[in-house]
Design a protein around this ligand. Structure first.
Ligand code: HPA
Length: 271
């Protein structure tokens, strides 16, 4: 069975029995994994793992100690737009759940649709809009598919991330992330629609992973590094190159927050 093959391979390379948290790094944010002193496994070596094929992502799983937590860090993720599979991250999330993770922190780069949220700033995701018509649980045959999403973004994790952000002096906005399938960027009309509908940022990832994580019983925290204003809101013409070049600005802030978050992390069951 492929899940036990993947878990077995990973277990053969790590010293720890279980992990606490999985962390998925978005475009241009991959360098954060370098801080972890642990096993580094290419996705290509893990049976059944999808290969992240987007430039700016580093297709490796790094597992080890980060601050007070045992973590599995995904240097990159596969997106819906690569193969047209909304559940493409299901298997990797099942693997980390099987390794014992109870929590997943998702990061991404995103475009802002609000003038008060500017490129280079961070936005904590507190809710999302999914008008894509897609859902990673379509085809799931069990009643478990009817996942409640009223508190998809865990308030306890959100609070701890905010405390970490305040401690390191890197304030985060809070807002609603809107999933567009990509890979083309949005049109100016879609950005105006998002503003009216209550979105604060737009991006091409994360939402299917949040749904899958909740399906698997994992608690979720999520942060966007804002790389650009949405289409039509500035004179910049949008490209992957542009967003990749802007990502390191947010990455420095995000690294500081995540380092503090994990430094003060209390594993479940610890008192
Ligand atoms: N739209 C969608 N995805 C993105 C953007 C954007 O403007 N910026 C970074 N990822």
């Amino acid at each position: 069975m492929s899940l036990s093959n993947a878990v077995g391979l990973i277990r053969s390379k790590i010293q720890i029995d279980t992990i606490d948290v999985a962390l998925i790094l978005g475009s241009g944010l991959g360098a954060f994994a370098d801080q972890v002193d642990g096993a580094c496994i290419d996705y290509a070596d893990i049976p059944g793992f999808p290969h992240a094929g987007v430039s700016g992502h580093s297709p490796k799983l790094v597992i080890g100690k980060l601050g007070n937590a045992d973590v599995a860090i995904f240097g990159g993720r596969m997106h819906y737009y690569e193969k047209g599979q909304a559940d493409v991250m299901r298997f990797p999330l099942e693997v980390v759940a099987e390794l014992g993770a109870s929590e997943v922190i998702l990061t991404n780069s995103a475009g802002s649709v609000r003038e008060n949220i500017q490129p280079g700033e961070l936005m904590q995701i507190v809710d999302h809009l999914n008008f894509s018509g897609l859902n990673p649980l379509i085809g799931e045959g069990t009643d478990k598919r009817f996942v409640g999403l009223s508190e998809a973004y865990d308030p306890g994790i959100a609070n701890a991330l905010q405390v970490a952000a305040e401690t390191v002096g890197e304030p985060m906005h809070q807002g609603v992330y809107t999933w567009f399938s990509g890979p083309s960027f949005e049109t100016p009309a879609e950005i105006r629609a998002t503003q009216v509908l209550g979105g604060d940022a737009v991006g091409m990832s994360t939402v299917p992973e949040v749904i899958l994580a909740r399906f698997l019983g994992l608690r979720v925290g999520a942060i966007s590094a804002i790389t650009n204003m949405g289409a039509g809101m500035s004179n910049e013409s949008l490209s992957h190159e542009y967003t990749k070049n802007m990502a390191p600005i947010g990455a420095v802030k995000l690294s500081a927050i995540l380092t503090e978050y994990f430094r003060t992390y209390q594993p479940a069951g610890a008192d």
